[in-house]
Write a new protein. Structure first.
Length: 255
C-alpha cells in the first residue's frame, strides 16, 4: 500500500519547504475528514492537476513526532469536547526528516479561526524549556507550571499545496500514540485536514463531497486522550467515534 502511494506521489509536481513558507497559513480555517488508508490512492490520483506535493530531501511522506501538554485535569481537552471556542493546544513538534523542533501554541477562536504561534527548540523534552516558558508567558496567560506532558503522537504526513489558491491539505497516516503505560495505533486511518486563510474553492473538498466523506471535528490530540485515558468524558465526540468505527470496520475500498 505505501509503495503504491509513493508511486502516485511521484507523479505530483514537487514543492519545497522554502516555497511552502510563502503560504504559512498561521491564521486560517481548518476542515478535517477521516477515511481509510485503502481509499487514499484513489483520491490522490484525482488531485495531481490541482496540487503540488511537499518534498523534503527526496521524501514525499514525512515523519512527525509531537508531545502534547495539558493541565492535570485535561482542561484543554474538555474545552474541545464541550465545543468551547477560544481554546488551546500546547505541544512540542519534531519534523524528523529536516530535524527541526518547535514548541507550539495553537488557538481556536470563537470566529472559527486557528492561529498558531511557535518557537524553535533544540529538542523534545518532558519539561517546557526556560526559553519556551518565557515565550509562552509573553503570548498567552498559560503558566508552564500548570501543565504537564500527556503523551506522544508519531505519524507520517503527506502535504499537498494548492497550485492556485492559498490552501494546504495534510494527510496523516500511520498514527501511533504512546504514554508512560500504554500505546494505541491506527494503521488503516487517514486524518485529512484542509487549511485555508478564507473560504475558497478547494478541489480536495469537492472530492470529499463527491465520495460522501463527511467532515469530522475530532483532533488527533482528542483521539489520543480518549484512547489512552480511563474514565474521560467524550459524549460530544460519540457521533464522530461511531462514524470512525464504521469506517475502520467497513469493507476496504479498492485503490
Amino acid at each position: 500500500m505505501v509503495d503504491n502511494i509513493k508511486n502516485i506521489l511521484s507523479k505530483f509536481t514537487p514543492t519545497t519547504l522554502g516555497e511552502m513558507d510563502t503560504i504559512k497559513l498561521m491564521d486560517r480555517r481548518d476542515t478535517k475528514y477521516i477515511f481509510t488508508l485503502a481509499e487514499l490512492p484513489r483520491f490522490l490520483h484525482q488531485l495531481t492537476d490541482d496540487y503540488r506535493v511537499l518534498d523534503v530531501e527526496g521524501n514525499r511522506i514525512s515523519r512527525y513526532e509531537s508531545l502534547y501538554f495539558d493541565t492535570p485535569d485535561f482542561e484543554f481537552y474538555h474545552k474541545h469536547q464541550r465545543g468551547k471556542a477560544n481554546r488551546y493546544k500546547l505541544r512540542y513538534r519534531k519534523y524528523v526528516e529536516s530535524d527541526l523542533v518547535f514548541f507550539e501554541l495553537k488557538y481556536k477562536s470563537n470566529k472559527g479561526r486557528t492561529i498558531k504561534n511557535r518557537i524553535r527548540q533544540e529538542g523534545i523534552d518532558d519539561t517546557i524549556s526556560a526559553k519556551a516558558s518565557e515565550w509562552l508567558h509573553s503570548k498567552k496567560h498559560i503558566a508552564p507550571r500548570d501543565v504537564e506532558p500527556k503523551f506522544k503522537i508519531f505519524y507520517s504526513r503527506i502535504t499537498l499545496v494548492n497550485k492556485n489558491f492559498p490552501e494546504r491539505v495534510t494527510l496523516d497516516i500511520d498514527l501511533w500514540y504512546r504514554n508512560h503505560s500504554q500505546s494505541k495505533s491506527f494503521d488503516n486511518l487517514v486524518i485529512a485536514e484542509v487549511k485555508q486563510d478564507k473560504s475558497a474553492f478547494s478541489a480536495f473538498k469537492k472530492l470529499m463531497k463527491k465520495y460522501h466523506v463527511r467532515t469530522a471535528s475530532l483532533s488527533k490530540y482528542c483521539l489520543g486522550v480518549i484512547n489512552l485515558t480511563e474514565d474521560i468524558k467524550y459524549n460530544n465526540f460519540k457521533p464522530v467515534l461511531i462514524n470512525l468505527k464504521k469506517i475502520l470496520d467497513g469493507p476496504s475500498a479498492s485503490a
